[in-house]
Write a protein that binds this ligand. Structure first.
Ligand code: EPU
Length: 415
């Protein structure tokens, strides 16, 4: 079993270049199933989750060639079924439902199961497909959707779900008339997906606001697209620089996308400045504790909650962290406590009282961002931190140990 070992490290220094966004590239690869032409996607991050979605669209009939971070896709869908083996590896596999239903009028996708951060239902995705006229049947662990022709309608989401907004937007591209998704998610990844679809010939307006209008078109052609930078990877390296009292230039970021992280780190006393090639993060010892509440974009991202909790574990003072997006995203708390952190959970809130020193321990990554939080904690903890179940980290961070080592961290992998 592979482990990542992190030792107490000096202040990080240097430059790190951020990869293409995982949560953008996954729906964009799924959306390429809608195209009748050749699609090229640039800045593909080398991640396990990306391998899974490529494997899935190949299974469905796509031809894929990945070279130097550029993916060429040519689609001829031969199968409308996404099997259990591929969907169980990654929940985002369910994002192929909208495109297959839109293109062929019939899709059968294995139900995504629960996961470490909560039950994560798909009711809003299904409500959207149904509103557009699809028949939904659930049985034998599969969701089957059929529709002779989808018809544009108003779809109100009870919660601005990222996945439901994406799936419904993709399902609606060929529908008759106009679909309006209300209370839609506003994340930058939604805008990136809409831009990609529009380049292929779709007619989508309002992505990035709470109402997205999709006017149905007949066909989508091929295109070229470069994925936006990963705002969560950027945020994670910003916290690494901040916690170690380092001085790091983060390249390939869109500052607007990381405003909430910049705001919170600044409140802690970290100095963040814009430069021509990116943003510079200058950490300081004895940074202040701050309160955090996760919210849909443009609020503070749930995907940065665990990393901020690692940082707050060593802050001066007490911080209250409230998780409102997922009901069970505190699995990292027990692991941080193994390293000495003083954290109390009350329902969806965590009260973190900063301590002087975390101590290195053997811990496990319970999910992707929990794993990132443990790497960050390990950078400042006394002695050695041994992280198990690192496959979670590899799902969303490109060569994390190489990038941190280049910044001066003491981190390596052991088989
Ligand atoms: N929800 C429902 N019904 C639905 C869909 C969602 O109740 O039909 C609930 C979920 O249970 C959750 C909340 O809505 O409590 C938010 O879920 P959302 O659908 O917005 O999340 P997602 O699409 O499953 C994406 C990211 C996550 C990120 C969330 C929130 C991808 C591939 N995943 O998930 O990323 O945390 O949005 O921003 O885009 C990660 O990268 O570590 C990660 C978990």
């Amino acid at each position: 079993m592979t482990k990542i070992i992190v030792e107490k490290s000096p202040a990080l220094k240097g430059t790190v270049k951020i990869s293409g966004a995982k949560n953008s590239v996954l729906p964009i690869i799924a959306a390429s199933l809608l195209s009748s032409g050749e699609v090229f996607i640039d800045d593909i991050p080398e991640l396990e989750d990306v391998n899974v979605i490529i494997e899935l669209i190949k299974y469905l009939g796509a031809e894929c060639t990945l070279k130097d971070g550029k993916l060429r896709i040519m689609v001829d869908i031969k199968d409308v079924e996404a099997p259990y083996d591929l969907v169980k590896k990654m929940r985002a596999s369910f994002l192929v439902m909208g495109p297959i239903l839109a293109k062929l009028g019939h899709a059968r996708i294995s139900m995504p199961g629960g996961c470490a951060i909560g039950t994560r239902p798909i009711d809003l995705h299904l409500k959207g497909f149904q509103t557009l006229g699809a028949n939904i049947n659930i049985g034998h662990g599969y969701v089957e959707a059929t529709a002779k022709k989808l018809i544009g309608k108003k779809v109100y989401l009870d919660f601005p779900s990222v996945g439901a907004t994406e799936n419904i937007m993709m399902a609606a591209v060929f529908a008759d008339g106009v679909t309006a998704i209300e209370n839609a998610a506003e994340e930058p990844e939604i805008v990136d997906l809409a831009n990609f679809l529009n380049k292929m010939g779709a007619n989508i307006k309002g992505a990035g606001t709470d109402t997205i209008r999709i006017e149905g078109v007949k066909e989508l052609k091929g295109t070229e697209h470069t994925v936006i930078p990963d705002r969560i990877e950027a945020g994670t390296y910003m916290v690494a620089a901040a916690m170690t009292g380092g001085n790091v230039l983060i390249e390939n970021v869109i500052i607007d996308h990381i405003k909430p992280v910049i705001a919170k780190l600044t409140e802690c006393g970290v100095v963040i400045t814009e430069e021509a090639n990116g943003i510079r993060v200058k950490g300081k010892k004895n940074y202040k504790a701050v309160d955090i509440k996760t919210l849909p974009y443009p609020g503070f991202p749930t995907d940065m909650q665990a990393q901020m909790m690692a940082m707050m574990s060593c802050a001066k003072g007490t911080s209250v962290i409230i998780e409102t997006v997922f009901e069970n995203r505190f699995m990292h708390v027990d692991e941080l406590k193994r390293m000495g952190a003083n954290i109390k959970i009350e329902g969806r809130s965590a009260v973190v009282t900063g301590i002087d020193h975390l101590s290195g321990a053997e811990v496990k990554a319970t999910d992707l961002r929990a794993g990132a939080a443990l790497v960050l904690a390990g950078l400042v903890a006394d002695g050695k931190t041994v992280i198990n179940d690192v496959h979670h980290i590899d799902r969303g961070y490109v060569k994390i140990e190489d990038r941190l080592s280049k910044l001066g961290a003491i981190i390596y992998r052991e088989e």
